[in-house]
Write a protein that binds this ligand. Structure first.
Ligand SMILES: Nc1ncnc2c1ncn2[C@@H]1O[C@H](COP(=O)(O)OP(=O)(O)O)[C@@H](O)[C@H]1O
Ligand SMILES: [Mg+2]
Length: 376
């Protein structure tokens, strides 16, 4: 979709801002460019839509050299969002969003419908906001308009240069969550510049780390954290970072290690006594070696108390379960499929080592997940 091949940029004053970088971005990918100030992030981004021409190498968009596209068409076909928002103060919100569709010659009815749709998409009521002026909006609302405007003509690629860095932490967190949701929904290719590692880890499918015009490493957040390719990368990430992304949080850190288990030969009366004593709703059934066999629900035991000899007769499959190498994210996804509201965690020999419940999962996540992410 987007490919850099040995791309360099030497500015007119002879300064080399970008030094022979090569990388590829897939359609629908969320790529974060991160690095210290002056490392060449903005320059790299601006070369994509030719706001800054590159001085050597080739940039391919959909397999075509970006120098072969008509420059203004190229700019209009790629969405662009910047920190300073760049809304026109004398234009209403509606007119601000409509700029590119207007340039593209859409008819007024199409434009109006698109503006309303985009305002809804970024969580602003068109009836309230369409006719306001930028200064009548908060910083976060203005940034939402910036995003709506970048999406206006339905571009495949969106470039975002530190779009949230001027916002207060709460608004930033909220917009980050909304952008993640939006990205999943729209499947756009996003190149997102930041200097904030937390933001990068939260947002990026992959993260590219730049320094002094060079691309040091481009990897998934997990790989960056576990296998930093360069001393600088490790330093930049921060060695004692508190990992906030559930994808990076091991399930063994959030599970409960006290699991009430039973052998399958237990009588229903004894099982019921255990269930009552430990105030649980499901019993995890294991063999002599503590290997997971299945689950028995308290409800089934009570219902069939007089009809069964052992709980083995009401044993339900242990699906779903998690291995101890799984992440909190796996648990979150799996919890939706779990009919029991809990998931046993086993080691590689299938011995039960813990249990994740919906409650423990939520309390581990609630401080770290924004509302919009939980709502997905
Ligand atoms: N128009 C320009 N002329 C000369 N040097 C520039 C120009 N724009 C940026 N630079 C220099 O190129 C380097 C990279 O800048 P930039 O891409 O904006 O970095 P970042 O976005 O990572 O902070 C910086 O040292 C900057 O001073
Ligand atoms: Mg910059």
């Amino acid at each position: 979709m987007l490919r850099f091949e040995n791309v360099s940029k030497v500015y007119d004053d002879g300064f080399q801002a970008v030094k022979s970088i090569s990388f590829e971005i897939q359609q629908g990918e969320f790529l974060v460019l991160i690095g210290p100030s002056g490392s060449g992030k903005t320059t790299t981004m601006k070369m994509i839509n030719r706001m800054e021409p590159h001085t050597s190498g080739t940039i391919y968009i959909d397999g075509k050299d970006n120098n072969t596209y008509n420059a203004s068409e190229l700019r209009r076909s790629i969405g662009y969002v910047i920190q300073q928002i760049g809304l026109f103060p004398h234009y209403t919100i509606e007119k601000n969003i409509a700029i590119v569709p207007q340039l593209k010659g859409w008819n007024p009815k199409e434009i109006k419908a698109r503006v309303d749709e985009l305002l809804e998409l970024v969580g602003l009521n068109p009836e309230v906001f369409a006719n306001r002026y930028p200064k009548e909006l908060s910083g976060g609302q203005q940034q939402r308009i910036g995003i709506a405007r970048a999406l206006a003509s339905n571009p495949d690629i969106i470039l975002m240069d530190e779009p949230f860095s001027a916002l207060d932490p709460i608004t930033r967190d909220q917009l980050q969550g909304e952008l993640i949701t939006l990205h999943k929904k729209l499947n756009k290719t996003i190149v997102f510049v930041t200097h904030d590692m937390d933001e990068a880890l939260k947002m990026g499918d992959r993260i590219a780390i730049m320094k002094d015009g060079k691309l040091l490493q481009l990897d998934t957040p997990e790989k960056l954290l576990h296998e930093p390719a360069h001393g600088f990368v490790e330093e930049f990430i921060g060695k004692h970072r508190i990992i906030q992304n559930p994808e990076l949080m091991p399930v063994i850190d959030i599970m409960s290690e006290t699991v009430v288990t039973s052998l399958p030969q237990r009588s229903p009366e004894k099982a019921l006594a255990l269930i009552r004593q430990r105030k649980i709703t499901n019993l995890i059934v294991v063999d002599e070696e503590n290997k997971l066999l299945g689950i028995v629900s308290a409800y089934d035991v009570i219902k069939q108390l007089n009809d069964i000899q052992t709980i083995d007769e009401v044993l339900l499959p242990a699906e779903p379960f998690l291995f101890d190498s799984a992440t909190a994210k796996d648990a979150i996804i799996m919890m939706d499929e779990s009919p029991y509201g809990m998931i046993p965690v086993v080691d590689e020999r299938k011995k039960v080592v813990g249990l994740v419940t919906r409650g423990s999962l939520l309390s581990a996540m609630s401080s770290q997940w924004t509302d919009s992410e939980v709502a997905e």
